[in-house]
Design a protein around this ligand. Structure first.
Ligand code: TYM
Length: 328
């Protein structure tokens, strides 16, 4: 079983990234050969600050290591260290349909948010994401719910490639958690928690100080009722129930039973305390990891070498199948 996922080095990582994806990356190390990458080539498809990008790669790498990625038990690298990813992206773009890319909701959302330029890179973003995963012939891709459409697209790309050029690529499955796949903004629980689209008070960052975390959760928007149960008309409370369930690794029903009749105040306080306890060790280890950039560079470089050993084989097979380059 091979597992692959990628994470953007943009902004600070939030509780949605942590619960929806990062905890799954950590667990993946016990389930198979796990490969994770910081996708800096995806981050350049929208307006960004070049020196800030390099810093953000270190921030994200240090966050993942603090969360429990262990370079002895997984392959962890920076996407731009491998030329195989953009090369495979180009090769696979010939079996990626324009219509499909044009239907991607993330493209539409992000394109709408760009002030100066909607880049061709932003349009091709899902093709590069397909190359990321297909380069490793990964079986499983742990992601949050918002990546469902991108995974569907890479499955189509792999199937189309295999049908046209012969069995070469593995068609991957997504692994979206049952609880916590879509953590919502605490102030506007009808939209997902996000660094770019969310509200600052509604977004809990992994590296927020505990007082801030607690305050944001205690001031989360709820409804006028008092019952701690999930319901479509109670998006705020439903979100907090899911968060607590994910943090405790218990079913949401158990959270509902435990807080039956407790009232919103006591419940929010419990969620706040649990999230603070959950994030504190990560924040503390982060500081240590982040302070040594040379060590981070070494870790990423070693990861890139291991990644290349796998990805270069796939690219060679894809080139051969497509009749590109000399016969080897
Ligand atoms: P990114 O960096 O935006 O997000 C990283 C992961 O966090 C998940 N996520 C959430 N989960 C639950 N609730 C939320 N509110 C929430 N917000 C984000 C995302 O689903 C994601 O799993 N396109 C990818 C990066 C990527 C990738 C890949 C992923 C590039 N190549 C190959 C998988 C495989 C992205 O933007 O992630």
């Amino acid at each position: 079983m091979r597992i692959f996922s990628g994470i953007q080095p943009t902004g600070r990582k939030h509780l949605g990234n942590y619960i929806g994806a990062i905890t799954q990356y950590v667990a993946g190390q016990d389930r198979g050969q796990a490969i994770y990458c910081v996708v800096d080539l995806h981050a350049i498809t929208v307006a960004y600050d070049p020196p800030g990008l390099r810093e953000a790669v270190y921030d994200t790498a240090a966050t993942l290591l603090a969360a429990g990625l262990d370079p002895d038990r997984c392959i962890f690298f920076r996407q731009s260290d491998l030329q195989e990813h953009p090369e495979l992206c180009w090769l696979l773009s010939s079996v990626t349909s324009f219509g499909e890319l044009n239907r991607m909701t993330q493209f539409k959302e992000k394109a709408g948010a760009q002030r100066d330029l909607v880049s061709a890179g932003l349009f091709a973003y899902p093709a590069l994401q397909a190359a990321d995963v297909l380069a490793y012939r990964a079986n499983e891709v742990p992601v949050g719910d918002d990546q469902r459409q991108h995974i569907e697209l890479m499955r189509d790309v792999a199937e189309r490639f295999n049908a046209r050029f012969g069995e070469t690529l593995v068609v991957p499955e997504h692994r979206i958690p049952e609880v916590g796949a879509r953590v919502m903004d605490l102030q506007s629980p009808e939209r997902k928690m996000s660094t770019t689209g969310g509200s600052p008070q509604g977004t809990v960052y992994v590296l927020d100080d505990p007082r801030n975390v607690s305050k944001k959760i205690r001031s989360a928007v709820t409804d006028s009722g008092s019952e701690v149960r999930r319901a479509p008309e109670k998006p705020g409370i439903s979100n907090l129930i899911e968060i607590l369930a994910a943090v405790r690794a218990t079913p949401p029903e158990q959270v509902e039973r435990e807080f039956d009749g407790a009232g919103y105040g006591a419940f929010k306080q419990a969620v706040a305390d649990a999230v603070v306890d959950y994030l504190t060790p990560v924040r503390e280890t982060y500081k240590e990891r982040r302070s040594d950039e040379q060590a981070l560079e070494r870790t990423l470089a070693e990861g890139a070498e291991k990644a290349r050993a796998i990805a270069s084989d796939t690219v060679a097979d894809v080139r051969r199948a497509m009749g590109v380059g000399p016969v080897r």
